[in-house]
Design a protein around this ligand. Structure first.
Ligand code: NDP
Length: 292
């Protein structure tokens, strides 16, 4: 028999997860603040309960997939967490996850945090490429690995309960930077007779070809030698900046997305790092951030 579990939250993601667990044969007890939203799951075999406290009492394994950290706090308020294994798949910040872990442990639970790297249509689909970053109690993760990986993959990234959120947000942040570049590129061709659908594959293959440079950046950060394997040095890259800015101007495109990164490259060059390829920008950013 499959491990029975409780799910708090039947939103878009919670519902997709519940369906995958039901399909894999796990008995699911579900609670949703707005009861009507869990009706479909009840019809598909889940047990619907009226309060979060009841849901938590129903099973040792309790999974929360709610809107944000505040909604998790509200939902768990009146519940007895003694002896529970709480898995919180709600997107949060590292500090929120750490505080959530400390509070859950103080109330007698083991805690695992998760950051979902998938959209609902990827859940329950084998080899969709989706997965969940997990961090916190390694014992909880090992014991429930099969259950936790039934809907989609899982990657345990450490005992620090904040690490899942940190990995999640770091990848999402990189994605935003990528889409910022994509937005600028499409804006440049927008008023020309270049079909976006012809341009799109060029953009995808270029970004794909450039992405492995991430590994060189990692090597630089690991070794402290930012000059090894440099292909396009910063001096050359910064020399090309006026061309990027003038092209935007010629095309009537705002440089507001492009400029912040170019400015950082110029600062890194001015700091004497022309023979590197921009890894130093990371140090400029990390130094700018407030400590702690
Ligand atoms: P939805 O907006 O579809 O659902 C939100 C859920 O949170 C609902 O169950 C809602 O209940 C509940 N909720 C909101 N506020 C409260 C509250 N104060 N108290 C109790 N329950 C509350 O969101 P998703 O299901 O899409 O997302 C859930 C989590 O999954 C989020 O943290 C999201 O970041 C993450 N995620 C979502 C992805 C996606 O593509 N959808 C991708 C990756 C992660 P009610 O029905 O009563 O409003």
């Amino acid at each position: 028999p499959r491990t029975p579990l409780t799910l708090l939250g039947a939103g878009a993601m919670g519902t997709a997860l519940a369906r995958a667990w039901l399909a894999a044969g796990h008995p699911v007890t579900v609670w949703n603040r707005t009861p009507a939203r869990a009706e479909a799951l009840a019809a598909e075999g889940a047990t619907r309960v009226r309060t979060a406290a009841e849901a938590v009492a129903a099973n040792r394994l309790v999974i929360a997939c709610l809107l944000d950290d505040a909604s998790v706090g509200e939902s768990l308020d009146g519940a007895d967490l003694t002896g529970r294994d709480l898995v919180n798949l709600t997107t949060s910040t590292p500090a929120q996850s750490r505080a959530r872990a400390a509070r859950a442990e103080a109330r007698g639970a083991r805690y695992l945090d998760g950051g979902i790297m998938a959209v609902p249509p990827m859940i329950g689909v084998p080899d969709s490429g989706g997965y969940v970053f997990c961090s916190g109690s390694g014992a909880l993760f090992e014991e429930h690995r099969d259950t936790l990986t039934a809907p989609t993959g899982a990657r345990y990234v450490g005992a620090d309960p904040g690490f899942a959120a940190l990995h999640d947000v770091a990848l999402l942040s990189a994605m935003n930077g990528m889409f910022a570049g994509v937005a600028h590129a499409f804006a440049l061709i927008r008023r020309e007779e270049i079909a976006p659908k012809d341009f799109a594959p060029l953009l995808v293959s270029w970004l794909t070809a450039m992405a492995p440079a991430v590994h060189r950046t990692a090597e630089h950060l690991e070794s402290g030698d930012y000059t090894s394997g440099v292909v396009s040095n910063l001096e050359m890259q910064v020399a090309g900046i006026p061309t990027l800015l003038r092209t935007a101007e010629e095309q009537g495109v705002s440089t507001e997305l492009l400029r912040p990164y170019l400015d950082l490259m110029a600062r890194d060059l001015a700091a004497g790092h022309g023979d590197e390829d921009g890894t130093g920008v990371i140090d400029l950013l990390a130094r700018t951030a407030p400590a702690g």
